[in-house]
Design a protein around this ligand. Structure first.
Ligand SMILES: [Zn+2]
Length: 127
């Protein structure tokens, strides 16, 4: 089953927003930013979710993995933006496996890596 879902820009509950003021303090040289994330549920969790963020104020720190059995699977967007900013990269395109694991509640037992995957596309324009 594939579910296509566009969650933009009213996806506030999934993101911890950074205010535009804080964004400008952290990244004074960024004029605009566009982040597109496609989350693919692989294995037994076959689905597809797409997040597109255009506004500085919408750029959150984390995207939660959608696999209900995943523990610790958060994608930290800020980490990628920080790396790009340091080197003044304009484009970043990569695929990252979810860093979480399948486990029992409260993480007492671990049954292996989460099969989900994030396709990350970030474009930054600098002043
Ligand atoms: Zn996961």
């Amino acid at each position: 089953m594939i579910i296509e879902e566009n969650v933009s820009p009213d996806c506030k509950e999934l993101f911890e927003p950074i205010s535009a003021n804080l964004f400008d303090t952290l990244y004074p040289d960024i004029e605009s930013i566009r982040i597109e994330i496609i989350e693919k549920g692989l294995g037994g969790y076959s689905y597809k979710k797409k997040y597109v963020l255009y506004q500085k104020a919408d750029i959150g720190r984390n995207i939660e993995c959608g696999n209900p059995r995943c523990t610790g699977g958060e994608l930290e967007l800020k980490k990628f933006v920080d790396q790009m900013y340091r080197r003044k990269f304009k484009n970043l395109n990569l695929i990252q496996w979810c860093q979480g694991y399948k486990g029992s509640p409260y993480g007492k037992e671990r049954y292996g890596a989460c099969p989900n995957q994030f396709e990350i596309d970030i474009k930054i324009e600098y002043y």
